[in-house]
Ligand binder design. Structure first.
Ligand code: S3P
Length: 441
């Protein structure tokens, strides 16, 4: 039985904290280390349930993982080194779209059969976007109604292709590039807008033959073995986003989050807040494995949109995970924030347009729903209320911050799902809020 959280607002936040390791980077390092030849050392691996699902999957594929307190050692066995104990091997991606979509790229090229499945939410998410390119590479994959998990994958020798993806998705890109590592010849992938580029940067670290072909296109040569790495995962900026939004949106607040990833394909959310006048400082910025890392400092002040701000087009892929918290914050901004071209939100861990609209309304707020987004005018006085997380981690956490903005009490139902990306989120929140503001039921 998942617990509820009770949040009493209004409350400011003050202090300093760190957040779990970056979830996107952690999935990739686990998968790529497992197909490198030799042992990789990973510091700061994400404690999220999603990334634990990836680790469990690679262990079932016969990869030894030493879980030490501060680091992981992943004993990679080369491109074709997986040795599952059962056939077909059954893998559980739980709630994680990244696990099922990216790992399928590796499984499609192996010399054994596998079945990969997940929870009820994952079984509703579209998989045709990876099945289509993998089939073109020669993969054999069966799915429920050709689109949904469980996926049954019969590994084949793959061939390189040139693929123009209709969606800007880093999961699809990573799946195709990972399959391309095993394919004959070269694989070229392009996408309509630039999605997060962690896979490309990391493949370079592993010594893969990967090249940028144009702004949104990459190629990889198949057949080259990867060399193991010693890797430090930065804090997850998408987790830091909840505290940054609270820091800029709750009067009397000031917060510092140390050592978070500041890769420009992930920080458009910070740019949007700064364009609203938010007081955010990035400091101590350095490069680590090709990724920018630094500290974030946020303090409250007036937030103002120049009458109507429309977020649409290419920026959407770069703010996709921060939209729930952006919607909550938009209720506190003077002016109107409109979001368009974000239909993709409807196929995330929940239908996030629906769950955002329902959440804002249950807290006494106003929001207009579109098929591909929403519009919010502020500032609004939220009253609090009962918010259903729908089992979606980012919805639960975004509305917990909403609870601090409200003049009243907010109950987040099914709040434990925060651990999908941020175990210890409520404890971290309680450590920076006023006593009694955050209460686990
Ligand atoms: C992710 C890519 C995004 C994002 C997800 C993580 C990744 O999904 O929403 O949380 O790590 O590649 P899409 O690739 O489906 O847009």
């Amino acid at each position: 039985m998942s617990r509820s959280m009770r949040i009493k607002g209004p409350s400011s936040i003050r202090g300093e904290l760190s957040v779990p390791g970056d979830k996107s980077i952690s999935h990739r390092i686990a998968m790529l280390a497992s197909i490198a030849k030799g042992s990789s050392r990973v510091h700061g691996f994400s404690t999220s349930a999603d990334c634990q699902a990836t680790l469990d999957c690679i262990e079932r594929l016969g990869i030894k993982v030493d879980r030490r307190s501060q680091e992981l050692i992943i004993h990679g066995r080369g491109l074709f080194g997986f040795q599952p104990a059962e056939a077909p091997v059954r893998l559980n991606a739980a709630n994680s779209g990244s696990t099922i979509r990216m790992l399928s790229g590796l499984l499609a090229a192996q010399r054994f059969e596998s079945e990969i499945d997940g929870d009820a939410s994952l079984q509703r998410r579209p998989m045709a976007r990876i099945i289509e390119p993998l089939k073109r590479m020669g993969a054999r994959i069966e799915a429920t109604n050709r689109n949904f998990a469980p996926l049954r994958i019969n590994g084949q020798q793959l061939k390189g292709i040139s693929y123009a993806s209709p969606v800007a998705s880093a999961q699809v890109k990573s799946c195709v590039l990972m399959a391309g590592l095993h394919a004959e010849g070269r694989t070229l992938f392009s996408e309509p807008a630039r999605s997060r580029n962690h896979t490309e940067l990391m493949l370079k670290e592993f010594g893969a033959r990967i090249e940028r072909q144009s702004a949104n296109a990459w190629s990889v040569e198949g057949g080259g073995e990867l060399k193991p790495v010693d890797y430090q995962v930065p804090g997850d900026v998408s987790s830091a986003a909840f505290f940054i939004a609270a820091g800029v949106g709750l009067s009397g607040s000031e917060i510092t989050v140390r050592s978070v990833g500041l890769n420009p394909t992930r920080t458009a959310f910070l740019d949007v807040l700064q364009s609203l006048g938010a007081n955010i400082v990035r400091s101590n910025v350095r490069q680590l494995h090709g990724e920018a890392v630094g500290d974030l400092h946020a303090a409250s002040g007036e937030l103002r949109a120049s009458s109507v701000i429309t977020l649409s087009g290419e920026i959407i892929a770069n703010i996709i995970d921060e939209i729930p918290i952006l919607a909550v914050l938009a209720t506190q901004v003077r002016g109107t924030i409109e979001l368009r071209d974000a239909r993709e939100l409807r196929v995330k861990e929940s239908d996030r347009i629906r769950t955002i609209v329902d959440g804002i309304r249950s807290m006494g707020g106003e929001i207009e729903e579109f098929d591909d987004g929403f519009a919010i005018s502020g500032p609004q006085r939220l009253t609090g209320g009962i918010v259903q997380s729908a089992g979606d981690h980012r919805i639960a956490m975004a509305f917990a911050i909403g609870g601090l903005m409200a003049h009243g009490t907010t109950e987040i139902r099914d709040a434990d799902c925060a651990s999908v990306s941020f175990p210890g989120f409520y404890e971290a929140l309680a450590s920076v809020t006023e006593p009694g503001a955050v209460e686990l039921q």
